[in-house]
Design a protein around this ligand. Structure first.
Ligand SMILES: NC(=O)c1ccc[n+]([C@@H]2O[C@H](COP(=O)([O-])OP(=O)(O)OC[C@H]3O[C@@H](n4cnc5c(N)ncnc54)[C@H](O)[C@@H]3O)[C@@H](O)[C@H]2O)c1
Length: 464
């Protein structure tokens, strides 16, 4: 072992102390704290204030001057910016927390990684397959020195560990399939949803035809830099409807539009698929198929089901993974188990039973003649998976000590969101896709490959 490495390991293992070798963390900060930049300093950004306040917050960025002022009130020493590309030129930054709109996430993540900055990205990590793959690849090149985390903080809940233990210890026999679902039906401001027809329409449109992007509604107010908000996406007219919801919920005013988000996949789908993903040790699927509401070129489907095939790994055979949203639901094991009573949940099917869960609870249902539980070997108490602790703190600790892992790094989360986004491509082409995860190509439906990425406005490089 190199001497420097030995000293670092010894210090961490021995006293729980953190030392700061140059280039690893806070090297220029006298207090050994990270120099953090926060992009998006209101809404979800506020949920990060208390954890980043334990470090040096040296930069804040927001396209909304009032929101920037809100952040600056809490962190008066930070330099302020409207354009995150400018902010990333600030030399003393070593870690970035990003809470912007979804259509900028992959860009910001890549720009951070390419500048050797640790990155905590709010979910979803990306809104296209190509974006997820670029971010993951950039991180894998630097994983020995950079810490990453996607904002799926529910992962710190004890139920995540308990479900994983039940499955690995054989409580449902051999794992065969897993489904996750979410019942949110979010529609844009001024719109209604005809659930039967699967159509989102403007309230004042008697013909109930597909709604589009929100109609032009004058110039944006002076305090919003709308052009920077649009960022890499194609330009759509300003409408206050994109900014009409309260702090931490405003994402529900834009995330259903294709150019700004990935609908419920990027919203509750990220959290709920995580509940499942943590238990199945899957990487990329070999196929994807999906069906849902009739296609709307502006708005992602509310009701949609996607199904993925995953190859075997070292502890289980091949499995299918499914995602149901907006009213679509998996079939319950028995009619008396009403899965609809769980708004966001997951169900695991094994050779000997089912496991049904929400974020806090789990229900084990042995099923079939052989389901006598003799195959279940529960682990001893001292072998239980350790609690994750505080989710944001886990990332801060890993920034300072690269030998520490984070639960939702850009590989784990990148694979998860790539799968879900591939489902949206399958939905759009209406065919079962054969997928080669190594190359990121659909091998049987050529037109699907064009939908794995999206065009960007000039001046906005995905991998800059
Ligand atoms: N982890 C969670 O539980 C959770 C909860 C809510 C939201 N989120 C995620 O957080 C993100 C923000 O959600 P929100 O509801 O706070 O949205 P929001 O629209 O309120 O945006 C948050 C802040 O970012 C600013 N902003 C937007 N685009 C920007 C850009 N390009 N550069 C700089 N600032 C920008 C906005 O002005 C606002 O102040 C979304 O990606 C959402 O999915 C996660």
């Amino acid at each position: 072992m190199q001497r420097r490495e030995f000293i670092r390991n010894a210090a961490v293992a021995g006293a729980g102390l953190l030392i700061a070798p140059k280039g690893i963390f806070g090297a220029d900060a006298p207090s050994n704290k990270l120099n953090i930049a926060l992009i998006g300093s209101w809404g979800r950004g506020e949920a990060h204030f208390s954890s980043i306040a334990t470090e040096n917050v040296v930069a804040l960025c927001d396209i909304n001057e009032e929101h920037l002022a809100f952040g600056a009130k809490r962190f008066p020493k930070a330099k302020t910016y409207a354009d995150w590309r400018k902010m990333l030129e600030q030399k003393d930054i070593n870690a970035v927390v990003c809470c912007t709109a979804d259509h900028t996430h992959a860009h910001i993540a890549n720009w951070c990684l390419n500048r050797d900055l640790h990155c905590y990205m709010e979910k979803p990590l990306a809104i296209t397959v190509e974006e997820a793959r670029t971010v993951r690849a950039n991180w894998l090149k630097r994983k020995a020195k950079l810490a990453t985390q996607v904002g799926m903080q529910r992962h710190a809940g004890a139920n995540f560990n308990r479900l994983r233990e039940l499955i690995l210890d054989g409580a449902i026999g051999e794992l065969k399939s897993a489904s996750a679902w979410g019942n949110r039906q979010v529609r844009p401001e001024g719109c209604e949803y005809d659930q039967e027809k699967g159509i989102v329409y403007f309230k004042d449109d008697a013909s109930k035809s597909h709604a589009g992007y929100l109609p032009e509604a004058g110039a944006p107010p002076k305090h919003i830099n709308y052009d920077l908000w649009i960022g890499p996406s194609p330009r759509h007219a300003y409408n206050p409807g994109y900014f009409c919801k309260g702090p931490g919920a405003n994402c529900l005013s834009w995330n259903m539009f294709w150019d700004f988000g990935a609908g419920q996949i990027g919203d509750m789908g990220s959290h709920t698929m995580d509940l499942l993903w943590n238990c199945v040790d899957a990487k990329l699927p070999t196929s994807a198929e999906a069906k849902g509401d009739p296609f709307n070129p502006a708005i992602t489907p509310i009701n949609c089901t996607s199904i993925f095939e995953h190859p075997a790994n070292d502890w289980r055979g091949p499995i299918t993974v499914s995602w149901y949203q907006g009213g679509a639901m998996p079939k319950p094991p028995k009619d008396f188990i009403d899965l609809k009573k769980i708004g966001h949940g997951a169900m695991f099917k094994g050779s000997q039973g089912f496991l049904v869960a929400d974020f806090e609870n789990r229900l084990l249902f042995p099923y079939g003649k052989e389901a006598d539980m003799s195959y279940y070997k529960p682990r001893a108490k001292d072998k239980l998976l350790p609690p994750l602790g505080h989710f944001q703190q886990q990332w801060l600790d890993a920034c300072k000590n690269p030998s520490l892992k984070t639960a939702c790094d850009f590989e784990y989360s990148g694979n998860m969101i790539e799968q879900l986004l591939l489902g949206l491509v399958a939905y759009r082409v209406g065919k079962k896709l054969a997928y080669d995860g190594a190359t990121g190509k659909v091998t049987n439906v050529p037109e699907a490959n064009a939908l794995l990425s999206r065009p960007y406005r000039e001046g906005w490089a995905l991998n800059g």
